[in-house]
Design a protein around this ligand. Structure first.
Ligand SMILES: Cc1cc2nc3c(=O)[nH]c(=O)nc-3n(C[C@H](O)[C@H](O)[C@H](O)COP(=O)(O)OP(=O)(O)OC[C@H]3O[C@@H](n4cnc5c(N)ncnc54)[C@H](O)[C@@H]3O)c2cc1C
Length: 393
C-alpha cells in the first residue's frame, strides 16, 4: 500500500527527502513553518566537498554527496545550473598552517581524493587578477569540488518535488507530534491535524526544539548563541571586474564566485563575534576587514563594496556529525539533522527514502544514528572546530 509520509521542514534536506520519497511512490506532504529555503539553506557558503571531513564514514558520505550533485545536475541538463563544477584552490601560510594543510593533502591522497599541485602559470592566465603568494608557498588544487548556488538549488528541488506530486504547505508550523504502533499524528499551527504512516523531521537548527516537544533531549549546538561554533559571517559583494571562477581558500579569507561578478566572502577567524541578533552593516569593522583582506588576494577590486553581510546559523549536532534515523519507540519519526547539508542533501534524499520505504538500513548511514545524542546536552560534547578550517564546513 502507498505510504503516507510527512516531511517537516523545507530546507535542502527536507526538499531532497520529499523529492526522493515521491520518486519512489510515497504520498508526501511537506510542512514548512515559514517559506521553503528560508532557514539555514539561504545563508550558506555552498562549497561541495569532502575536504578534511572525518571520520572515514563521514568522508565517504560527503563524497557520495559530491557525486550525487554531479549526477543530479547531469540528469537535468536543461534545468538551471545550481552546481558550478569549479574546483578549489587552496594555500596556507605560517609553519603551523602549512603543516596542517600538507597533512590534510597527504591524508586525502591516501583516500584517493583528487588533489594536485596547482600550476601557477595556468592560474595567472586564468585569473589574471589573482595575487598569488610567494613562490615558496605550495598551491593545491582540488579538481572535483564544486559550488552550489543555494537559492537555485532550493528552487530546483522545490519544483521537482511539486512536479512529482509532493503537497507543499508553507507557513504551517508543526507544533506537536504523537505516534502509536500504527501511525503518527502531527498537530499544525492552524489547529488541524495530519495523520499518516511516518514523519521525517528535517527542521535543521530547530530540530532540538521540535524534539523537545516530544520530551526528547537532543544534543545540538544552539545557533542562536553568538560565536563561531554555531554562526559565521558571510559577506556578499557588488559585481567585481575579477575573473574568479573557482572556490578560493586562503589563510585569511575564503572567496567564491556568486554570479555576475559578485563574490561571497568568509573570514572564519572573525566568527567568534558573529551574533545573529546583531548583524553588522556593510560599513562595520567586519565589513571593512573582509574588503581589506580581499584586496590582498585580488587586484582590480578597489571599487568593490559589500552589498550585504549575513550571519549564517548552522544546523549542527553537538559532535559535528549528522543525526540520521528513527528517534521514537514505534519508529514512526525519522530525524535528519546535519551540517554540510549543501554537500549532503542530494545523497541523503535517496538514502533516507530507501531506509523509510524498504525498512532496510543503509550501511552509509550506520554510523550516524541519533541515539548517541539523545538525552544529552550539547555541553556534554567537546567542540572541536579550528577557526581556520572547520572540518564542519
Ligand atoms: C555560514 C554557513 C556556511 C555553510 N557552508 C557550507 C558549505 O560550504 N558546504 C556545505 O555543504 N554546507 C554548508 N553549510 C551547511 C548547510 O548550509 C546546511 O547544513 C543546510 O543548509 C541545512 O539545511 P536544512 O534543510 O537541514 O535546514 P534549513 O535550511 O534550516 O531548513 C529547516 C527548515 O525547517 C523549518 N522548520 C523548523 N521548525 C519547523 C516546524 N516545527 N514545523 C515546520 N517547519 C519547521 C524551517 O523554517 C526551515 O525552513 C553552511 C552553513 C552556514 C550557516
Amino acid at each position: 500500500m502507498q505510504q503516507r509520509i510527512a516531511v517537516i521542514g523545507a530546507g535542502v534536506i527536507g526538499l531532497s527527502i520529499a523529492r526522493s520519497l515521491a520518486l519512489q511512490g510515497a504520498t508526501v506532504t511537506l510542512l514548512e513553518a515559514r517559506r521553503a529555503g528560508s532557514g539555514t539553506s539561504q545563508i550558506s557558503f555552498g562549497w561541495v566537498n569532502s575536504n578534511g571531513k572525518s571520520p572515514l564514514a563521514y568522508h565517504q558520505l560527503n563524497v557520495a554527496g559530491m557525486q550525487a550533485h554531479q549526477q543530479l545536475q547531469a540528469e537535468h541538463p536543461r534545468q538551471i545550473r545550481w552546481l558550478e563544477e569549479t574546483g578549489t584552490l587552496e594555500w596556507a601560510s605560517g609553519a603551523a598552517g602549512t603543516e596542517q594543510l600538507e597533512q590534510r593533502v597527504e591524508a586525502l591522497k591516501a583516500l584517493d581524493y583528487p588533489v594536485r599541485p596547482a600550476d601557477r602559470a595556468a592560474l595567472a592566465r586564468l585569473v589574471p587578477e589573482l595575487i598569488l603568494p610567494e613562490t615558496s608557498t605550495a598551491l593545491w588544487w582540488f579538481p572535483t569540488e564544486s559550488l552550489v548556488h543555494p537559492a537555485l538549488f532550493v528552487a530546483f528541488l522545490r519544483a521537482e518535488a511539486l512536479r512529482l506530486g509532493v503537497t507543499l504547505v508553507e507557513h504551517q508550523e508543526v507544533v506537536a507530534i504523537d505516534e502509536s504502533a500504527s501511525g503518527v499524528r502531527l498537530s499544525l499551527q492552524d489547529g488541524s491535524d495530519w495523520r499518516g504512516d511516518h514523519a521525517v523531521s528535517a527542521t535543521g537548527r530547530w530540530s532540538r526544539h521540535l524534539m523537545g516537544r516530544l520530551g526528547i533531549e537532543l544534543a545540538m549546538v544552539d545557533a542562536d548563541q553568538p560565536g563561531h561554533i554555531g554562526c559565521s559571517f558571510l559577506g556578499y559583494t557588488s559585481p567585481a571586474q575579477v575573473q574568479l571562477g573557482c572556490n578560493l581558500i586562503t589563510p585569511d579569507l575564503n572567496l567564491r564566485p556568486d554570479g555576475g561578478g559578485r563574490l561571497m566572502l568568509q573570514a572564519l577567524d572573525l566568527d567568534p563575534t558573529a551574533d545573529p541578533s546583531q548583524v553588522p552593516d556593510t560599513d562595520s569593522d567586519v565589513g571593512r576587514e573582509m574588503l581589506a583582506r580581499m584586496a590582498k588576494v585580488l587586484r582590480n577590486a578597489e571599487g568593490v563594496r559589500l552589498e550585504r553581510i549575513a550571519v549564517g546559523q548552522r544546523s549542527r549536532p553537538a559532535d559535528g556529525l549528522p543525526a540520521l534515523g528513527y528517534v521514537t519507540e514505534h519508529r514512526r519519526l525519522y530525524l535528519a539533522a546535519t551540517h554540510s547539508g549543501m554537500t549532503l542533501a542530494p545523497a541523503l534524499g535517496p538514502l533516507i527514502a530507501d531506509e523509510i520505504l524498504s525498512g532496510i538500513r543503509s550501511p552509509l548511514l550506520a554510523e550516524f544514528r541519533p541515539q548517541r545524542l539523545l538525552g544529552k546536552s550539547a555541553e556534554a560534547f567537546a567542540q572541536i572546530v579550528s577557526p581556520h578550517f572547520p572540518a564542519a564546513q
